[in-house]
Design a protein around this ligand. Structure first.
Ligand code: SF4
Length: 467
């Protein structure tokens, strides 16, 4: 683990001496020709497209448009004009976490949650019963996907058996980041109990990132596949491929030295897929990494998909820098530019020739840029997200609810058909803009009634998840 990073001696943003750098022997023109011809791209091809050519500094606007156009055409050829979205809710169980990722402002150091701790904190932990109530209420409104991504609470264990194994360590807090639930003000229950609680009435439960899966097997020799099988038996339906950040070790060493390695992340994803679960894949970019790291990351995902075919969508997450330690300590000056966001989505579409769906996240990008990215290679516009906690706490301003009417209005304005989908994309329904009111219909209790009326909407706290 590295020493904590901070600004350079002169106070400026530090320059990292990375070994992976955006230099290639390829030309931009050759890379673009390959992309247009739908040939599989190499890492150097991807770097040329993402940088709009390593033969000059900065982004060339004309070349950028050529890349975006190639990606938009590929999107149309692969998935057509439909733009999909899902009726979902985020229910994050706890913000207690000791991992200390420098891009994250979602967590609160776990000792603050201990019963004898003096002082206030803004975090929360939900019991399984509280999670169940939240999901039941959402299901009643027509929601059919629940996403749950949480901090790594030291009292969280997979099961009672796992509690016993963790407690038997000589120094559980230091050895395996474990303290018994009795130490804390609120007991989050076990992961299996939370899965059972949130798996209500055919709702699709999307939870247990690779990092959480590792936490659910820490201190044991259990395989990821076995852990995911137990979670699936308790109600888990698919796993979010967050905690990926940038899947290159020299970047992880800087931004999340306490987190699992690239190898572990891939092993966890393979375990989830072997256990019969679909997975998504993410990338969080726009911090200390360069374009070569971004393309190396895409290569890891493409290889994983070649081996497994289990990735349903790729979700690019532009780094929200405000209020994060990376920004506050002067390690980064800001996030990605609009042009970088557009190119990242476009190159992902062109490079990931084996992943059908690319998401544009309005939580990370806002509506205007989110819509623009649907013309740069993306085809999915995320979900309704009835609560957003992670991004809003990090300073994002887009953490609000989007209704089906919002989707219909926004997508009609750009001339694209709004299509409601299930989490796994296997069920789809075109929404007729001329037949309001608009509400979800694919869920077990979804009958087309809008999720919230305007009055309720105004009173809801902003809230979502994901790294
Ligand atoms: S990103 Fe996840 S693991 Fe890292 S500090 Fe935040 S909550 Fe903890």
């Amino acid at each position: 683990m590295r020493e904590p990073v901070g600004p350079a001696d002169d106070g400026s943003v530090p320059d990292f001496d990375f070994s992976v750098v955006p230099e290639t022997d390829q030309s931009f023109e050759n890379a673009l020709a390959k992309a247009r011809a739908e040939e599989r791209l190499t890492v150097p091809d991807g770097i040329e497209l993402l940088t709009t050519g390593t033969d000059h500094d900065g982004i060339d606007p004309v070349r950028k448009e050529a890349v975006l156009e190639a990606a938009d055409r590929r999107r149309a050829a692969v998935v057509g004009e439909d733009v999909t979205f899902v009726a979902n809710l985020n229910n994050n169980v706890t913000t207690a976490c000791n991992t200390g990722c420098l891009f994250c402002n979602f967590k609160d150091t776990a000792h603050q949650f201990e019963a004898d701790h003096d002082g206030e904190h803004a975090g929360f932990t939900k019991t399984p019963a509280e999670s169940r109530t939240i999901v039941e209420d959402a299901l009643e409104m027509g929601i059919y996907e629940v996403t749950s991504v949480s901090g790594l609470h030291p009292a969280f264990a997979l099961s009672d058996e796992h509690h016993e194994i963790l407690a038997a360590h000589d120094d559980p807090a230091t050895d395996v980041d474990y303290k018994p639930p009795a130490v804390y003000e609120t007991d989050p229950g076990t992961y299996l109990e939370q899965m059972r609680a949130m798996s209500v009435g055919d709702v699709h439960l999307h939870s247990m990132t690779p990092e959480e899966a590792q936490h659910a097997r820490r201190g044991t020799e259990w395989s990821y596949e076995d852990v995911y099988r137990e979670l699936a038996a308790a109600g888990l339906d698919s796993a979010p491929g967050t905690a990926a950040e940038i899947l290159v070790e020299e970047v992880r060493d800087v931004i999340c030295p306490g987190k699992i390695s690239t190898r572990e992340w891939v092993a966890a994803m393979e375990g989830a897929i072997a256990a019969g679960l679909d997975v998504t894949a993410t990338m969080m970019y726009g911090h200390v990494e360069n374009e070569a790291h971004r393309v190396e990351h895409l290569k890891v995902l493409r290889d994983l998909q070649d081996r497994t075919g289990g990735i349903t969508e790729f979700v690019p997450l532009s780094f929200v820098h405000q209020n994060t330690p990376l920004y506050e300590r002067g390690v980064v000056a800001g996030g990605a530019s609009d042009a970088e966001d557009e190119l990242l989505v476009a190159v992902a579409r062109l490079f990931l020739d084996n992943v059908e769906n690319i998401q544009s996240s309005w939580v990370k990008f806002g509506d205007e840029k989110g819509l623009k990215l649907l013309n740069c290679g993306a085809n999915d516009f995320m979900g309704t997200i009835l609560s957003e906690e992670i991004t809003t706490r990090a300073g994002g301003t887009y953490g609000e609810f989007r209704s089906f009417s919002d989707y219909v209005e926004m997508l009609s304005a750009i001339g694209r058909p709004p299509v409601e989908r299930s989490t796994d994309y296997r069920k789809r329904r075109r929404v007729d803009p001329d037949d309001p009111p608009h509400g979800p219909r694919l869920g077990p209790r979804a009958d087309g009634t809008p999720l919230l009326d305007e009055a309720e909407r105004g009173s809801r706290p902003a809230a979502s998840a994901d790294d």
